[in-house]
Design a protein around this ligand. Structure first.
Ligand SMILES: Cc1cc2nc3c(=O)[nH]c(=O)nc-3n(C[C@H](O)[C@H](O)[C@H](O)COP(=O)(O)OP(=O)(O)OC[C@H]3O[C@@H](n4cnc5c(N)ncnc54)[C@H](O)[C@@H]3O)c2cc1C
Length: 329
């Protein structure tokens, strides 16, 4: 591990100031950052700890019915919180299907959104070709082992997939992150937080230096309760998604008023399925409608040899998730 200093700010303003230095990085629960430091994928000179009471961990329903979650809340606490389970069961499910109980007890939800990709080539310092680590070095995944990689939002420089399960329902539910930085506060929709790789795969989010995620808000959505998170993976626990689907349906009588659908494991960022949603607007929730909508899940996909199987899996996962939720209509 490269040498670094550990800074322990006691308030957000100092954390943002310390984090703004070019060679600083934040650490919260440390479950991802510690791996990256150990493998020397990240080499900060200063590590700024957010886990000393700097971050709020409160979870609760706000006036107007939105759900606010402090970025310092642990994944396990959010998953078990009655307000989350009641208003947005798909958020609780996505967290409980993530990692292991030990990791969830340590990891924060802010850190979860900013975890780095699980691309094996990004995480292996012995591999020279990784544009995310070293721009211009190439992408070993293009013709390598790309079974876990993205089929949406990829570029000729990077096909890494985004790994967070929690981010998927957040994107479906129009959630936003509250951010505090050296230049003040701002609110960023989760759908805009992560960037496509394009020509700059090393830049993964729109956050500026020193900006700390302080909270996550999910606006009230009538279909939040009629929802599910389906995760397809190579083993039933402690594994990242090959494909996942977050679905929520708001019904009006026997028709769908509004559908929210997003997918994980398939995109360079958590992926909102606008085409699927459009196909579900104002239709009766039956298998024919679900099948027609699910066909849209792979719109625009650009698979490689090792991950082409994901296209069919995406359609099947969306269909299955819709059946699960639609069955309760
Ligand atoms: C074995 C294993 C299995 C896993 N399986 C899954 C899985 O199935 N699904 C899944 O979604 N995840 C999975 N994970 C990832 C895990 O969920 C993340 O490691 C964890 O959520 C990161 O949270 P943290 O608080 O530990 O973040 P840290 O490791 O402390 O930080 C992660 C990143 O976020 C930044 N950061 C942290 N908090 C903030 C903040 N508030 N503001 C600005 N920057 C911040 C850090 O600088 C760092 O870049 C797994 C991890 C492990 C180790």
């Amino acid at each position: 591990m490269y040498p670094f200093t550990l800074e322990r700010p006691t308030n957000l303003a100092t954390a943002a100031e310390l984090g703004a230095a070019p060679v600083s990085e934040f650490i919260a629960g440390g479950t991802d950052m510690m791996q990256l430091l150990t493998d020397e994928i990240r080499r900060p000179e200063h590590l700024v700890a957010l886990n000393g009471g700097v971050l709020d961990a409160h979870i609760g329903i706000e006036r107007g019915g939105s759900l606010r979650m402090g970025a310092g809340a642990r994944m396990s606490d959010v998953a078990d919180h009655p307000a989350v389970r009641d208003a947005f069961p798909l958020v609780s499910q996505a967290l409980l299907l993530s990692a292991s109980a030990q990791v969830r007890n340590m990891a924060t939800i802010g850190g979860n959104l900013l975890q780095r990709t699980r691309c094996v080539y990004f995480r292996d310092p012995g591999v020279a070709q990784c544009n995310k680590r070293e721009l211009g070095s190439g992408c070993a995944a293009m013709d390598g082992d790309n079974r876990m990689h993205a089929v949406l939002g990829v570029s000729e420089h990077c096909i890494a997939s985004h790994a967070s399960d929690f981010a998927v329902p957040l994107v479906a539910l129009d959630a936003a992150v509250l951010v505090r930085g050296p230049k003040g506060d701002r609110v960023i929709p989760v759908d805009d937080l992560h960037q496509m790789p394009g020509d700059t795969p090393e830049v993964e989010t729109v956050l500026r230096r020193g900006e700390v995620i302080t909270a996550i808000d999910i606006p009230a959505f009538a279909g939040g309760r009629r929802s599910t998170y389906l995760k397809v993976r190579d083993r039933t626990s402690f594994e990242f998604a090959l494909v996942s689907a977050a679905v929520a349906l708001d019904m009006e009588g026997d028709r769908i008023r509004e559908a929210r659908v997003a997918m994980g494991g398939v995109g360079a960022k958590p992926w909102r399925m606008r085409g699927v949603e459009q196909a579900l607007a104002d239709v009766r929730p039956d298998d024919d409608a679900f099948m027609a909508a699910a066909e849209r899940a792979s719109d625009g996909a650009a698979p490689r040899e090792g991950n082409a199987f994901k296209l069919d899996l995406m359609r099947r996962a969306v269909f299955r998730a819709l059946q699960t939720v639609g069955g309760n209509a």
